[in-house]
Design a protein. Structure first.
Length: 434
């Protein structure tokens, strides 16, 4: 982690925003198996859910929302498989989502029977729009719904052998008047009576992302400042990506006081997805903050994700896409070539290569694909391939000529040239003609 230099700082007196940075990992909760799964064209079957669960455990998630067991038989069966098959390692807590209705709560408790510990996640929608249009309930009735659900959960929890942790989400928080969201959360707190030793989770979702990230962060900060008994609650954020800003919104929300993040791998989830935890974690990593999640074998993560979700990771996805450590254009290749050479010479341990914000090896990628050649490429890139693939250092005065030859060949075939094709062209051009 010490290999990355912090970004240049604006002098304190010139900063527009308070001097805040993310300095430690939040509590992470993966919602891949619930929010991610419910948005798939083909939801995961039990075997796929198990494979995904095991991947999430390997990455280091300690809290995993495994499903909505009262809403689907597969989700119920999956919980039974996890528990009866002893698949939940010590230290990993499954989380289940439920609505505030008695039979759903009872079924949720049945699904977790035999687990050592579980998080029971209650939600009801609180926004003005949902109150008026979907539920046709006033504020008092919405509070009643949440409080009734909380009471039913508490009754069940007191009878259960499983250690129950409580989570409440005022769904559509970002469309809810702030004082009302506080009122309903505090009403639920009154039922669950959290303490500093046994805090409850208050999850404040941007169910639909409706604003710029600073607005969400302001809402989180306001809530953190006003909620009673702040030391008895963990404030969790759950951003969706409707405006494409979920990563930024979550980062600012963490700086504004949130303790916990719910999100998914590669941002799978409803509509434009949930916040992408891979990007969040590796953003921290590249600033020298240990994210406490292990993405050092990103190709394995991609493979399991693609197999289970039947979704593709975009080739330009931050840190993970197939093309994100690759340069085709001449000027970028030249700079990378010089950066890599300087790295070898200085051996400073700091990763400072132009255009490559992190060392591909930190996510288990090799240097092989850093420079690839097509008609956009230049002599520096070609020299890099000749040296790093074939151990052949092209003399400086040969580079422009060979660069032109390669450009002609790739122009003619309008395609990328493999290292072997470059070497064959070199042999044909120079060696066989000697
Ligand atoms: O996006 C959302 O509001 C949710 C809740 C159920 C937490 O997924
Ligand atoms: Zn969600």
């Amino acid at each position: 982690l010490r290999k990355y230099r912090p970004y240049p700082q604006v002098p304190l007196q010139d900063r527009r925003w308070p001097d805040q940075m993310i300095t430690r990992a939040p509590i992470w909760c993966s919602v891949d198996l619930r929010d991610g799964n419910q948005a798939l064209i083909q939801p995961m079957n039990v075997e796929e859910k198990l494979e995904m669960f095991q991947l999430l455990v390997q990455i280091g998630f300690k809290e995993i929302e495994v499903g909505f067991p009262s809403a689907s038989q597969i989700e119920y069966d999956f919980l039974r498989l996890l528990i009866e098959g002893n698949h939940i390692p010590t230290g990993v807590v499954p989380q289940v989502l439920t609505q505030a209705r008695e039979h759903l709560i009872k079924r949720s408790f049945a699904s977790i029977q035999g687990a050592r510990e579980a998080i029971m996640h209650l939600y009801n929608s609180t926004s003005i729009l949902q109150r008026d249009v979907v539920f046709k309930k006033d504020k008092k009735e919405i509070i009643e719904l949440g409080v009734t659900g909380a009471k039913l959960i508490r009754e069940q929890a007191e009878r259960a052998e499983t250690i129950i942790r409580y989570e409440y989400s005022p769904e559509s928080f970002t469309g809810t008047e702030l004082d009302f969201s506080l009122e309903i959360c505090e009403a639920v707190m009154d039922v669950w009576e959290p303490s500093p030793e046994k805090p409850m989770i208050i999850n404040l979702p941007a169910t639909v992302e409706m604003s710029t990230p600073n607005i969400y962060a302001d809402q989180i900060e306001w809530f953190c400042r006003h909620v009673k008994n702040r030391d008895c609650v963990l404030i969790s954020v759950h951003a969706h990506n409707d405006r494409g800003e979920a990563v930024a919104a979550t980062e600012l929300a963490l700086m504004a006081g949130a303790d916990r993040v719910e999100g998914t791998l590669f941002g799978n989830g409803e509509r434009t997805g949930n916040v992408d935890i891979v990007t969040l974690a590796l953003n921290m990593f590249s600033q020298g903050v240990d994210p406490e999640l292990d993405f050092s074998r990103i190709n394995k993560v991609i493979n399991v994700y693609e197999r289970c979700t039947k979704m593709k990771v975009h080739p330009r996805h931050p840190y993970a896409g197939e093309l994100v450590y690759t340069a085709f254009s001449g000027s970028h290749q030249d700079a990378i070539n010089k950066g890599m050479t300087a790295l070898e010479l200085t051996q400073s341990g700091l990763w400072e290569v132009p255009y490559l914000p992190i060392d591909p090896q930190d996510v288990g990628r090799t240097y092989e694909s850093i420079i690839r050649i097509n008609s956009q490429s230049g002599k520096g890139g070609i020299a890099y391939i000749m040296e790093h693939e074939f151990g052949f250092k092209l003399p400086n005065d040969m580079r422009p000529g060979f660069g032109r030859v390669i450009q002609e060949v790739s122009d003619a075939c309008s395609d990328e040239l493999s290292p072997e094709m470059i070497f064959q062209t070199f042999e044909k051009e120079y060696l066989f003609n000697v």
